[in-house]
Design a binder for this molecule. Sequence first.
Ligand SMILES: [Zn+2]
Length: 326
Amino acid sequence: MDFNDIIGHEKIIENLKNAIKNNTVSHSYLFEGPKSIGKEKLAKVFAKTLLCQRGGDSPCNTCPSCMKIESGNHPDFHMEYPDKDSFKKEQIEELQRTIRKIPLESNRKIYILDDVDKMTQQAQNSFLKTLEEPPGYAIIMLLATNGYSLLPTIVSRCQIVKFTPIERHKIEKALVNNFGRSEEQARFIASFSNGIIGKAIELSKSDDFKLLRDEIIEKLNTVINGDKLKIFSISEFFEQNKELIDEVMDIILLWYRDLLIYKETKNVGFLINKDKADSISYQCQKLSKQKIMDILDVVRRTKEDIHSNVNFQLAIEVMLLNIQEV
Ligand SMILES: [Zn+2]
């Protein structure tokens, strides 16, 4: 694994490489950004580079150190995860014991702690001591979805590296080149992933996800065709997919976003669901622009409502009836 294997985050990589070149690598980093955006992968490549025996600004991937990182048994590299659902004080105390032992095979010792959002207050207080006076050879990388859950005194000790969503075209390209997806599939999945590469990869591997979209589009066709009785059987489909309701609602939003764009431009090239152009053109004939905008409003509102304890089934049925009332 190398910096080249990382999708997006070019600026972060450049800054970390510069820190290596200029000898300004920090003792503690806080990598902050959404889940599955690539923090762990990037932190590991950075660690590998710092431990590489060639001492360049990228890992050589051939020295014993690089090989050991790759196979997961480098004695100076430690990857820590929360124990069950939190980092507990005992875990931090264990880390504090091992970090004091000098590195065995290099002049550095690296700790990556994933999901530090889940560190208990007690553990954070204890950990603060290590951050205040780390051994000279130690480098600590904390990975968090959200730094707000950490003590300000912890955050202020770290160099903060913010991870932002990856541009859609880069995810699309990666899905086509590295995961063998067609351009149409890559486009839909990339749009759906909101710049989270891990989510895009997971979705691209999931047959269920493709089927789910096809099924939703078919249901929407039925709704538009106007049989009121069918609404109730369709609402059962939502009930069955309640666990995935955010994904379901996002699929619907992207679908009507496409209808709106097609209505305005008649250009298939702009569509996210490009592979479903026939269906889009068909539904477009049945709906006015105003109607499509109204539907988008209803779907957005329903998406919010179902998270605030309203009657799920009722909310869905009202939404479907609203979509139907052309
Ligand atoms: Zn190496």
